[in-house]
Design a protein around this ligand. Structure first.
Ligand SMILES: CCCCCCCCCCCCC/C=C/[C@@H](O)[C@H](COP(=O)(O)O)NC(=O)CCCCCCCCCCCCCCC
Length: 218
């Protein structure tokens, strides 16, 4: 029952969260960091409502969100308006450890790369949800999406812990209810609208990082 996993004051609609990702894009196809981070915040809230077994995941996500917020609120905050301006600024100033860990263990470029890799997981998972049927299991969809994306960047122990957390995911009917979007048909339609824009945000970031050889920041 959805009521068991989410109290009334936490209730929100996943559509709004996914809309935040859509609002990341500027007219010049840059990716706004404020909205990107707000999107992750919403997703973390959603994940927290699913139970405390996910808290090791949300802790790491919150930590990375906070690093980005701190840059944004810091004295060089205007350079962190978009992913594009951040990459330019940090590279020009030599603020990124590109090949090995050194003086900048928490650069904006490195931190955002972790979230970016997780966005690929989200894209794959949502696509599976969208095309799933009643008999499909959320835990299987989630772990398949994970294995195709984030898992390759995680050591064994994290993969193991993630796998155990996935098993605690509620089944598809409850999961859809908690999303609070409406009927399963409406969920599918909403995902169909949201996914192309999430993919675009992912691809723009991926191309930018690839051009600057930033995809392997340790
Ligand atoms: C709802 C299901 C939730 C499944 C979440 C799937 C992602 C699994 C990620 C497991 C990460 C475990 C935590 C540790 C991570 C770090 O080691 C690792 C590397 O960081 P480092 O280089 O600084 O050391 N961090 C990361 O890769 C970043 C992970 C960020 C994960 C954010 C996950 C938010 C998930 C939101 C779920 C919302 C689902 C909505 C679907 C309708």
């Amino acid at each position: 029952m959805a009521g068991a996993v989410m109290s009334e004051d936490q209730k929100f609609c996943l559509r709004e969260v996914l809309d935040t990702f859509q609002s990341c894009l500027t007219e010049n196809k840059e990716v706004r960091i404020d909205q990107y981070v707000a999107g992750w915040r919403g997703l973390v809230r959603f994940m927290n409502s699913l139970g405390s077994v996910f808290s090791f995941i949300s802790k790491d996500a919150v930590n990375k969100i906070q690093i980005m917020v701190n840059y944004r609120n810091g004295e060089n905050g205007e350079h962190y308006a978009t992913v594009q301006s951040m990459v330019k600024y940090e590279l020009d100033k030599g603020l990124v450890d590109i090949t090995k860990r050194g003086s900048f263990p928490e650069s904006g470029c490195r931190t955002l790369l972790r979230l970016h890799r997780a966005l690929r997981w989200l894209e794959l998972f949502l696509e599976r949800l969208r095309t799933s049927t009643e008999v499909d299991k959320t835990s299987v969809m989630c772990s398949e999406a994970y294995n195709e994306s984030l898992a390759q960047f995680h050591p064994w122990i994290i993969r193991k812990a993630a796998g155990m957390a996935f098993c605690a995911l509620p089944g598809r009917p409850t999961f859809f209810e908690v999303m609070n979007v409406g009927t399963p048909e409406q969920v599918v339609a909403m995902l169909g609208d949201a996914l192309p824009l999430i993919s675009e945000v992912y691809q723009l970031t991926q191309d930018l990082y690839s051009q600057h050889n930033l995809l392997d920041i340790p």
